[in-house]
Design a protein around this ligand. Structure first.
Ligand SMILES: Cc1ncc(COP(=O)(O)O)c(C=O)c1O
Length: 409
């Protein structure tokens, strides 16, 4: 998180002390760095300069309208997985001609929205979906640009809950089934097959699974002698949640993709989510209470699993950074937990952590992706606010949900 660092003993977001932000904004809140998002996007673009891909930000990673707008202004398109994300991307000013729509369960209403807005591609994930889109297209007397999402049966070597490219996963169409569909493509006369797409998983830290996937794609393109305009290679690029993780070598991967592009003569689409926003955000929370358990001390935060699901959902481990640092250490083990009435509402266990007091603030690191977008009203808690910093300027980009509006249904 290069844009978040200590200046003396105080933790800063860009040029502002987080302590100062907490004095004016009630915790918990998400805090993003605008310059980090810009850097991430430009880094990604630079890494694949020769490939010149269409970069469709996976809106599920963070669908805050201001963040979509910021990425849109930088030139990003969007990968969306619902009608809501599609409408948000368009509202954020993203060109529909750079929007791709993935997902195994698109409804008729969502397909109609995609057609109405003339998006770049609907990535079909089953034969039934192809039949439905074809039927809608016929009714509307239109030819619809589509891609087929393949399940390449490649192990992305990531956490099992974020693996999407193995045969046992629900995503995409098997190679065998796609052969059948393609041989009988006249059954889908109202669809124009413009692309093949893949997305094998998330938080991927090796270029090997990507390499295998390119091999699978090349084989099927050659076997079927299929002429396509685009190949959508999905997202999945991992980030450093801790110092142990080694990121994939973009230079190597870019070379492989460039070679693949030359062989297939297709334009390349990427769908990065986490890589563009993961390290751009923190979740700032207050120590509400401290209580002694049998073998450890519980640090009870005012943020819960409803605000930040990743530890409960994926056993994700995030660093937790004191907003004001001191050398005073806790002797035993502490565990950060939240207020939600679930045992899984916890954020991490640490030994020899610095001494904390009730009322102190901490920042859960690398919370910019799949943080806010996964949050919920569980336990009838309002969605928390989101702020963004640009140098010294702070802007609220989502107000905390009004509790009294929330209780009406
Ligand atoms: C189809 C698709 N594309 C892109 C992504 C983005 O993945 P990541 O955030 O790991 O880049 C996802 C995430 O699940 C996805 O399902």
């Amino acid at each position: 998180m290069p844009q978040f660092k200590y200046v003396g003993e105080k933790f800063f977001a860009e040029k502002v002390s987080i302590e100062k932000i907490t004095s004016k904004n009630k915790t918990p809140f998400y805090l993003y760095s605008e310059n980090q998002i810009k850097e991430n996007f430009l880094n990604f673009k630079r890494s694949f300069k020769q490939v010149n891909p269409i970069i469709c930000f996976a809106a599920k990673a963070n669908s805050n309208l201001s963040i979509l707008r910021l990425l849109g202004k930088l030139g990003a398109g969007a990968d969306v997985v619902s009608g809501g994300e599609l409408l948000k991307a368009i509202k954020a000013g993203i060109n529909p001609n750079k929007i791709v729509f993935s997902g195994v369960g698109k409804t008729e209403e969502e397909i109609l929205l995609a057609i109405k807005h003339k998006i770049l591609l609907i990535n079909i994930e089953s034969e039934s979906e192809a039949k439905l889109i074809d039927k809608i297209a016929l009714k509307q007397k239109k030819i619809i640009n589509v891609g087929f999402r393949l399940n390449p049966n490649v192990d992305a070597k990531t956490h099992k809950k974020i693996s999407t490219g193995k045969a046992e996963n629900k995503f995409g169409i098997s190679i065998k089934e796609f052969h059948q569909i393609f041989k009988n493509k006249e059954r889908f006369n109202n669809l124009k097959i413009q692309a093949l797409s893949v997305h094998i998983g998330s938080q991927i830290l090796s270029d090997l699974p990507y390499k295998k996937t390119l091999g699978v794609l090349l084989k099927i393109i050659n076997e079927l002698n299929i002429k396509l305009k685009f190949i959508d290679l999905g997202g999945g690029f991992g980030i450093n949640y801790s110092d142990h993780e080694q990121l994939i070598n973009f230079n190597n991967y870019a070379k492989l993709v460039l070679d693949f592009k030359k062989k297939t003569k297709c334009d390349i689409i990427f769908e990065p989510g986490r890589f563009l926003v993961g390290n751009s955000g923190i979740l700032v929370s207050k120590v509400q209470y401290i209580k002694n358990g049998t073998n450890k001390k519980f640090i009870i935060l005012d943020a819960g699993m409803n605000d930040f699901m990743r530890p409960a959902l994926y056993d994700a481990q995030h660093s937790i950074i004191p907003v004001s640092r001191s050398k005073n250490k806790n002797k035993g083990t502490i565990e950060f937990v939240g207020p939600i009435c679930e045992t899984t509402c916890k954020f991490g266990k640490f030994k020899n952590y610095q001494k904390l007091n009730e009322g102190d603030f901490v920042a859960i690191a690398n919370a910019g992706a799949y943080g806010s977008s996964l949050s919920s009203n569980y336990n009838t808690k309002p969605l928390i606010s989101e702020l963004i910093v640009n140098n010294k300027k702070i802007k609220i980009i989502r107000k905390k949900q009004d509790l009294f509006k929330l209780i009406n249904s």
